[in-house]
Design a protein around this ligand. Structure first.
Ligand SMILES: C[S@@+](CC[C@H](N)C(=O)[O-])C[C@H]1O[C@@H](n2cnc3c(N)ncnc32)[C@H](O)[C@@H]1O
Length: 288
């Protein structure tokens, strides 16, 4: 029989997850700790989660802490998830931003919690089919995630039958994937359009450069309000004033940050708002 998780052990694990990845774990999510960390506890012969917490309190356990964080991530993703944001990207965002940028300027698109790559590759497939709108314009797609195993999967571009049956239109499966034993490999032409990098949304984002379009979907739901605000404000700092942010169906900027505003009649699409100090001169100028 395993010993119940002590309050101290729970505190150690919950604090580690919050500070390292933003993930908030309440007592009601104890089962998640048990199911997702069970293999790690077994491999390290720690007995139970109390043993794991006790080990993590010792110095020199950074690699183990990383594994704990990664094991606790939820990596669920699928192609063209929720459809609408991708429709907006295809029918509105690309044309609008191409028109707004000087010829020859590349558009930069960020899949900010890219998991196993379906979001970034959905965008890449749309870009591949938007040659008329783009008229030679380059589009750089960057996927980032905290989970190394997911980044490896994304770079590989190999998906199971189940994964390609979720959201991917059959014509796109035929056009952009090749059967490889029981799996499907994404075409090199699409794979080469996206690059994947390890990056924690809680760390300094500036090294990633500027982005015209950001998909930050189904990751903020795991954070508390303060962390959501911090991440959203940092993302806004990477975007031009006409940039577009796409959030997941259960996510919003409302009541969290004033750096983004909803786009009329487009659920989940947000425009950038200049920081208060930067808007003041405009208001003064307009009033003169
Ligand atoms: C549910 S998936 C969402 C994937 C995709 N955006 C979608 O909507 O289908 C959430 C991803 O966020 C990643 N993640 C969680 N915390 C993170 C953090 N602090 N920094 C970067 N990625 C993080 C997880 O590893 C996971 O792959």
């Amino acid at each position: 029989m395993t010993t119940p998780l002590s309050p101290t052990a729970f505190e150690t694990l919950a604090t580690l997850l919050k500070t390292r990845s933003g993930l908030i774990i309440g007592m009601d999510k104890l089962y998640l700790l048990e199911t997702r960390l069970g293999a790690l506890v077994k491999r390290e012969k720690l007995g139970d989660l109390n043993g794991l917490a006790e080990r993590l309190r010792r110095p020199g356990t950074d690699a183990l802490a990383r594994e704990v964080v990664e094991a606790m991530t939820t990596n669920e993703s699928f192609f063209f998830r929720d459809d609408k944001p991708f429709h907006h990207f295809r029918t509105q965002a690309l044309a609008r931003l191409v028109a707004a940028r000087a010829p020859g300027t590349a558009l930069r698109v960020w899949s900010a919690a890219s998991s196993s790559g379906q979001e970034a590759y959905s965008l890449a497939m749309i870009v591949a089919e938007s040659t008329a709108v783009l008229s030679g314009r380059k589009v750089e797609i960057v996927g980032t995630d905290i989970a190394r195993e997911q980044l490896t999967r994304a770079r590989e571009g190999l998906y199971s039958q189940f994964e390609v049956q979720r959201g991917l239109p059959v014509q796109m499966l035929m056009r952009y994937f090749k059967k490889e034993d029981a799996n499907w490999r994404i075409a090199e032409s699409i794979r080469g359009m996206a690059q994947f990098r390890e990056h924690n949304l809680l760390s300094d984002l500036r090294s990633l450069g500027k982005f015209d379009i950001v998909f930050c979907r189904n990751v903020l739901i795991y954070f508390d309000q303060a962390t959501k605000a911090r991440v959203l404000d940092a993302i806004a700092g990477l975007m031009p004033s006409d940039g577009l942010l796409y959030l997941g169906g259960a996510e919003t900027v409302l009541g969290i940050t004033s750096r983004f505003a909803p786009t009329a009649n487009e659920r989940g699409v947000y425009g950038v708002v200049a920081p208060a100090s930067a808007t003041t001169p405009h208001r003064v100028a307009a009033a003169v």
